[in-house]
Design a protein around this ligand. Structure first.
Ligand SMILES: [Zn+2]
Length: 614
């Protein structure tokens, strides 16, 4: 009897094993869209519990705000054998509780896209959201389409897309086309799934290789204004620069996914982040940018935005804390190191361009100076504390400072290490050492990182972190800039010749240079005047800096004549600069006679090369 029972049990186990499914299989029907909504069917993994909770994320990695992606799910239904409906209750906006879960065979729901969400308080910035435009474009960030069963997010995922014939799904996910109307993509778990969005449209792709990496570029441009070949040509020098900076790429393939929006379609009004921008992932980045005909403007936009996102392959991909490794999509515990993930990335985006000659040392200095001016607009606060609490409402407004003061922390730390090592070991070397110590599958402990850095460099660096990153003291620009022969002063009076007060902006929509923030001026410039010519030279975004800087600089004493367009009328404005004393804030300039020591350290920082310099 005993033997017989055992046999039965064995048979039972085998029976379960044969039928057990240890993965999620999603069917997504992109062919039959209804009101911008897509039907999704899930064959779930086997569930051993009486109740199961289907979870849509509240927060996702790389976006530091609560968005509640469950808001986009409707008609959620669960079925057992023979289409028997199972009872479902909602625990909250993101969680669906399924009763009699052991019987669960199928889940069905419809998903709406985020891009036309009318909830402006919780609007998902486009590059982190989803777009469903039947027969044209499907921009799929998986966290806005798919959920997971609580406690089972590390099981594999399989996505079966039915798509309009000829459509191509650009993604870093592994996958294959079954037939012209059907693709299958796979991911080893939910964290990896949401790290790899898909851009579906008629194909426009270009790829190139840089060192050990294949870079793929996919473009959707509704009016066919931007092509992938053009974008790839702009990205190539940047990718080369990154290759030189790293020595070799930490990834073997990388995907740039671009949605270029028709600039005539007004962006939704949103609170906080929204509009043009990008979201980084480990092996790809997703861009939501305006279509632009002006090539110079398009190129500079691509190089500015993509350098930063591409550099995220260093951090967080290769250097990240446990909080990111095993991201909690419901109530995330945030890492305190946004200064690293976003700040150092933003600083490196400038440094890489400097070292590759894509920007000049003067342009680099101007970028640093502008970061100081922009950081000034944010209140003093502990960066680690802000980072830990970033998804709380009270810290949301401070988030953008990660790209200002965060980048300056990176620059100052680089200067600090350069001085300490006497021009042998800077921030790049530290980051490469940290990525060797850790890596894509080996997170650091959040509160150990500063000690790790001290072990690799000097114990004294802990004072730097304590004072300027954990503490809220202003960064010591004057002292640190001095080591490379730069001078910083917070405010000073400067005598010079000026035409008055006005700014010049670039209106991307019309590709026009336009006067903004216009105050008193001797030329008679008015707000929104479009600048066409200075004296006899036509001014474009391409030559504006070169033409205008000498004329508007404090040393020019000559009359100038501007040709502007005001409300459709072309007119000439003439004036002579007036001697004035001005208060300049955040002056950063190179000293007239740097010492050989300063030049040597400057040379190390600007080129990455040790040695005697010029
Ligand atoms: Zn970033």
């Amino acid at each position: 009897m005993k033997k017989k029972l055992l046999l039965a049990a064995a048979a039972l186990v085998m029976y379960f094993a044969a039928n057990a499914q240890n993965k999620y299989v999603y069917d997504i029907d992109l062919q039959n869209v209804e009101n911008d909504r897509v039907k999704i069917t899930l064959t779930p993994p086997d569930i051993k519990k009486r109740k199961a909770v289907y979870v849509m994320p509240g927060v996702i990695p790389g976006s530091y705000a609560r968005k509640d992606y469950g808001r986009f799910i409707t008609n959620f239904k669960a079925f057992g054998a023979n289409n028997k409906a199972l009872k479902v209750t909602k625990k909250d906006v993101n969680r669906f509780v399924i009763n009699k879960a052991r019987q669960l065979e199928r889940i069905e729901y419809w998903v709406n896209d985020t891009w036309d969400d009318e909830n402006i308080d919780q609007f998902v910035f486009q590059s982190g959201g989803s777009n469903i435009e039947a027969g044209k474009n499907y921009s799929i960030n998986h966290h806005a389409f798919f959920g997971y069963l609580n406690g089972m997010k590390m099981l594999p995922f399989e996505l079966h897309f039915s798509k309009p014939a000829g459509f191509y799904g650009a993604t870093a996910l592994k996958g294959r086309q079954i037939n012209p109307a059907r693709d299958v993509f796979t991911a080893p778990n939910y964290v990896k799934l949401v790290d790899n969005p898909v851009l579906y449209c008629l194909p426009d792709t270009t790829s190139f290789t840089v060192r050990n990496a294949v870079v793929q570029v996919a473009v959707y441009s509704p009016n066919k204004i931007v092509q992938s070949a053009k974008v790839a040509a702009y990205l190539q020098p940047l990718a080369n620069a990154l290759g030189n900076f790293f020595g070799s790429f930490p990834v073997s393939n990388y995907h740039f996914l671009f949605y270029f929006a028709d600039p005539n379609i007004k962006l939704p009004e949103t609170k906080g982040l929204g509009g043009y921008g990008a979201l980084e992932h480990s092996y790809c980045s997703f861009y939501y940018l305006p279509e632009m005909e002006n090539e110079t403007a398009l190129k500079s936009m691509i190089q500015d935005v993509c350098g930063h996102e591409f550099l995220h392959i260093l951090t967080p991909l290769n250097i990240h804390s446990e909080q990111i490794e095993n991201f909690n999509f419901v109530n995330p515990d945030m890492s305190q190191h946004l200064w690293l993930y976003e700040g150092v990335t933003e600083y490196f985006a400038m440094l890489v361009q400097l070292r590759a000659g894509l920007i000049t040392p003067d342009e680099f200095q101007t970028k640093i100076r502008n970061k100081i001016a922009h950081a000034d607009a944010f209140p003093a606060m502990s960066f680690t504390q802000m980072s830990r609490n970033i998804i709380n409402d009270e810290y949301q407004d401070d988030y953008l400072n990660v790209y200002q003061k965060g980048a300056l922390i990176g620059f100052c730390l680089d200067l600090y290490l350069t001085r300490h090592s006497n021009g042998r070991y800077g921030l790049r070397e530290l980051m490469l050492d940290l990525s060797k110590k850790y890596g894509p599958n080996k997170p650091f402990k959040d509160d150990r990182l500063f000690n790790d850095i001290a072990e690799l460099t000097t114990h004294n660096v802990l004072n730097f972190f304590e004072t300027y990153v954990q503490g809220d003291e202003p960064l010591p620009f004057a002292g640190l800039f001095d080591i490379i022969g730069w001078r910083y002063s917070e405010r000073e009076n400067v005598d010079g010749y000026y035409f008055g007060s006005f700014g010049l902006g670039f209106n991307a929509e019309d590709a026009a240079l336009q006067f903004i923030d216009v105050g008193q001026n001797v030329l008679g410039i008015e707000e929104n005047d479009r600048l066409l010519k200075v004296n006899d030279t036509e001014v474009t975004i391409g030559n504006a800096r070169e033409v205008l800087e000498p004329l508007f600089g404090a040393a020019n004493r000559q009359n100038i004549t501007l040709t502007v367009m005001r409300n459709g009328t072309i007119m000439e404005l003439t004036g002579q600069p007036q001697l004035q004393t001005r208060i300049m804030q955040h002056v950063v300039e190179s000293v007239a006679r740097p010492t050989p020591e300063q030049l040597r350290l400057r040379n190390f920082l600007f080129t990455g090369k040790t040695g005697e310099g010029q």
